[in-house]
Design a binder for this molecule. Structure first.
Ligand SMILES: Nc1nc2c(ncn2[C@@H]2O[C@H](COP(=O)(O)OP(=O)(O)OP(=O)(O)O)[C@@H](O)[C@H]2O)c(=O)[nH]1
Ligand SMILES: [Mg+2]
Length: 904
């Protein structure tokens, strides 16, 4: 049987994806005549709005043969309004072509796509398109790709001398590097392996429009794409079990519901039964035409009819239950405005059908007003929706103004419990709810012995957890970024029915949320502002006003570039404002960074008017059978009524005192802090030197062992050599002396007030600083407590010498039952965070609070990935910069001491 591979083409809007698809189809002989987007006659832009607007809206498939390989090509939309449609295809790709348009360079969207490809673990080849346009500079494009995406992006341009090419390849992989340095040749198998493992991303150059470089691209893709075995039988002759992944739902022109799948194992035949429904047809689509086939095999991408309840992201067959959830999400929601004579109820049903095709719409109907709300990505999507509603359902709809979609999460671990027992019903559910990584969404699992609760009930509970959008208790927004584990449950032999567990599960979540410290999240955007240099001051002020963060301005030619993050809700119409004050020369580009703590949470919560106790559709109470009647027990009284007592019941209220010396694993923290970005920026010569010097062991150890804990990064490239030989005693003396003089100073009342207003706080992330300092890092490896004490010592001296109030924060979030704990050491405040709260989280919270009144500087990790939005304008410095400050202060203390000695 033929090898099947699935290729996806991705890029920002207008980079040439559809044109490249056309060129690939032409080269393979699938089409005889090249169509053009500009002539509205391409093979894949088939929808009328796509042709008229010249953009792709829906992902589409073409199947063609090339050198005995059957290739499924998926063209995707580039416009950000349709990014979820693009993202859904990623889960079925064997390999991706990421197009960079030479004239546009590496856009922020290309960076976002590259990150998504990493998330979905798709091998990737980069095609630099439109090199036929004048002004293309191959070497500067290559270095910009390497700087912005990954240093493992390697030019496959023929102009490159072979030595250099092989060196670059060797640099992609430690193992290959050592073999190469030992004199072994790099083979094409090595290259294929690097590409498949995502250790190397080839860069090719060409022009889709002129068919230039496309053949080479196709050959490389065919060689490098991993493919699934299409064998229908195992080696012992037994048939392989069927498995498939759904990546899209659509309807054909006749209104038939199509489930688009990639078969991952076994065979699917017409008339097979899936989830109790029969497969009517299996279609192999190419453009808007299809070929019906009797069977489909592993590796094939096809559309099936006959299934009415499927959803994009779900698995079928052996993948049943393993669902993939999207990362990209709409951040605006708006009300659908219907003509007065239209009844909203049928419209709501029709929108629900559209929602099957675009799950991001999240159509909801507000009970209070009967209004329909939908979530949207942007203006272009609105226009497409308006058109679809008109052509499919003959509805003239408009949209109200968009408002921000907020979310909620929790800051501490709780056990949520729900009991549902009206007469002749019974179910009890206990859920452990833990805060998750930002962007991780909701993750469900079960850790409940099957002796206590049968597997079928456990599965049912997991389904109930995943089947709906659960509302938070602050504003009723969707909850996210939590790990929810079923830890106990109870059914009744006779009385339990399926619906009982639904009730108990929903109530358990709400009961947990009522106990937890909830956090309101808002969408945060990454921005890049390009503007004339004389306007930078104004932009910086604006960013501050919009509660944004900003790095140091970059100069590119005659313009400045500002990058950072800003809450989406604050940005409003800033693009227009920017354009106005820069005389049309300033531009802003944004992509969604993710959800972060809301900058004006109190205000948003108050204006939402949400009261969890009045939300009758989402009760937090439990129902118990008492004296033969169903009785509602409020959430806070429910625990004492529960029928199961889990050991974790008192999880949140444990009084255990944090024992910081025992429970933190120093190696784990070392691993954590050294998991700096995987990018290695050393040159080949440096690597070679390191390799032979075998001094590189640390990195190795960390990479081999790093594990389960929240990654934070430090940048140890900029670590300064420690200053040694400063006697702590001397410092202390100096601090005391300083204090004395301070005391003697007669500060007038007014001056004092001014001082108060200019009070400056310095929040320091303890472990990050330890690992930014060679001396403390070494100590930590031997004895973490000693390193901590030493830092406390150093900083209390530092504090004595500085005007800032220093707050030193240590993570204790891994310490079960740990409570927040504050020590005063001289003027220095040392804080140990409570369980389930990282130093990052604490600092963020504190910075937010303090910076409302005072100036705040935060010294934390260098990771941009983990960016915290210091909303009220706190300044940020990296741990290593901070350490330099500390060193400098120590030095000047030392200088002062020496100076004094000379004087006497
Ligand atoms: N000069 C030149 N123009 C090109 C090349 N490839 C594509 N174009 C033009 O770029 C424009 C956009 O091309 P498309 O193929 O529609 O781009 P796309 O990436 O599919 O766009 P969306 O699907 O809307 O995101 C069209 O006008 C193409 O003719 C190329 O290699 N050279
Ligand atoms: Mg296109």
């Amino acid at each position: 049987m033929k090898r099947n591979i699935t290729i996806g083409i991705l890029a920002h809007v207008d980079a040439g994806k559809t044109t490249l698809s056309e060129s690939l189809l032409y080269l393979s002989g699938k089409i005889k005549k090249l169509g053009r987007v500009d002539h509205k006659d391409t093979f894949l832009d088939t929808y009328e709005l796509e042709r008229s607007r010249g953009i792709t809206i829906f992902s589409k498939q073409a199947i063609f043969d090339y050198n005995d390989i059957s290739i499924n090509l998926l063209d995707t939309p580039g416009h950000t309004d349709f990014s979820p449609e693009m993202e859904r295809t990623l889960q079925v790709l064997d390999i991706a072509i990421l197009i960079i348009s030479a004239p546009d360079g590496v856009t922020s969207q290309a960076k976002m796509l590259f990150k998504l490809l990493e998330h979905y673990n798709v091998p990737t080849v980069i095609f630099v398109n439109k090199t036929d346009q004048p002004g293309t500079d191959i070497s500067s494009t290559t270095s910009s790709i390497r700087d912005n995406l990954s240093s493992s992006c390697t030019s496959f341009n023929e102009d490159l001398p072979e030595d250099e090419f092989h060196e670059e390849l060797a640099m992609c992989d430690e193992e290959l590097l050592s073999s190469y340095l030992e004199g072994n040749k790099i083979t094409s198998e090595d290259i294929i392996r690097l590409i498949r493992k995502r250790k190397c991303f080839p860069i090719l150059f060409g022009s889709a429009l002129k068919n230039d470089g496309v053949q080479k691209l196709l050959d490389l893709i065919c060689l490098a794409a991993p493919s699934l075995s299409s064998e229908a039988k195992n080696s012992d002759g037994t048939p392989k079990e069927f498995g498939a992944r759904i990546y899209k739902i659509s309807r054909d022109n006749a209104g038939n519901r199509l489930t688009h799948i990639k078969i991952t194992s076994g065979v699917l035949n017409v008339r097979d039964s899936i989830r109790g429904e029969k497969i009517d047809q299996i279609r192999l689509y190419s453009g808007d035409k299809f070929e019906p086939v009797p069977s489909a095999y592993a590796g094939m991408v096809c559309a099936v009819t006959g299934l009415s309840k499927t959803r994009a992201g779900e698995g079928l067959g052996i993948l049943e239950g393993s669902n993939v959830s999207e990362i990209l999400q709409p951040i605006l929601s708006c009300t659908l405005l219907l003509p007065e004579d239209i009844n909203p109820i049928p419209v709501y049903k029709q929108l629900k059908l559209l929602e099957e095709e675009e799950p991001m719409l999240r159509v909801t109907s507000l009970e209070e007003t009967g209004q329909i709300e939908i979530q949207i990505m942007g203006e272009v999507q609105k226009e497409i929706l308006r058109h679809m509603l008109k052509t499919r359902f003959d509805i003239d709809a408009e949209f109200g103004p968009g408002h921000t979609v907020y979310k909620e999460t929790i800051a501490n671990t709780v056990e949520g419990i729900g009991h549902f027992e009206p007469l002749r019903h019974y179910a009890e559910v206990h859920l452990l709810m833990e805060p998750g990584e930002p962007g991780s969404g909701l993750v469900f699992s079960s850790d409940c012995p099957t002796d206590d609760l049968a597997l079928n009930w456990q599965r049912l509970i997991l389904t109930h957890l995943g089947e709906k959008k659960h509302r938070g208790v602050l504003t009723g927004s969707e909850i996210t970024d939590m790990k929810i584990t079923l830890i106990a449950g109870k059914a009744h032999e006779k009385h339990t029915e399926g619906g009982d567990f639904r009730q108990a599960t929903y109530r358990a979540i709400r009961q947990g949320l009522m106990q937890a410290d909830s956090v309101l999240l808002e969408p945060i955007l990454d921005y890049r502002i390009e503007l004339p240099q004389d306007c930078v001051g104004r932009a910086l002020t604006d960013i501050q006003m919009m509660n944004g963060t900003v790095g140091l301005p970059d100069i590119e030619g005659d313009r400045s570039v500002l990058t950072g993050t800003v809450p989406a809700a604050c940005l409003g119409e800033y693009a227009h404002e920017l354009s106005a004050y820069t005389r049309g020369e300033g531009h802003i580009f944004t992509t969604l960074h993710g959800y972060g703590p809301c900058h004006n949470a109190e205000e948003v919560i108050a204006s939402s008017g949400y009261d969890p106790d009045l939300d009758n559709d989402n009760p937090s109470s439990s129902v118990f059978c008492m004296h033969g009647a169903a009785t509602l027990i409020p959430w806070d009284e429910a625990p004492s009524h529960m029928h199961i007592n889990t050991k974790k019941s008192n999880y949140a209220s444990s009084d255990a005192i944090t024992d910081l010396t025992q429970d933190i694993d120093p190696e784990a923290i070392l691993r954590l802090n050294n998991r700096k970005s995987q990018e290695d920026t050393r040159s080949f010569a440096e690597k070679q030197k390191d390799y032979f010097a075998t001094e590189n062991e640390l990195k190795y150890i960390f990479e081999r062992t790093y594990g389960e804990i929240k990654p934070r990064y430090t940048d140890d490239r900029s670590v300064l050599a420690p200053q040694d030989g400063i006697a702590a005693e001397n410092n202390r003396d100096l601090a005391v002396e300083q204090e004395k003089t301070n005391k003697h100073r007669n500060v007038a009342a007014a001056e004092k007030a001014a001082l108060e207003a200019s009070k400056h706080y310095l929040l320091v992330d303890g472990y990050n600083v330890i690992y930014a300092s060679e001396e403390l890092k070494d100590l930590a490896r031997k004895d973490l407590k000693a390193a901590r004490d030493s830092l406390v010592d150093i900083l209390s001296n530092f504090q004595g010498y500085r005007r800032e109030e220093v707050l030193l924060v240590f993570d204790a979030y891994k310490v079960p039952g740990g409570k927040e704990h504050i020590d005063k050491i001289g003027n220095l405040t040392v804080i140990y965070t409570k369980e389930a709260e990282t130093a990052d989280q604490y600092i963020e919270k504190a910075a937010h609070e303090i910076s409302k009144k005072y100036r705040v500087t935060v010294a934390t990790s260098d990771a941009i990935e983990q960016v915290i939005v210091f909303s009220a304008g706190a300044i940020r410095m990296s741990a290593s910069e901070f350490w330099k400050e500390v060193e400098a202060t120590r030095q000047s203390i030392l200088d002062k001491i020496l100076e004094k000695k000379h004087k006497f």
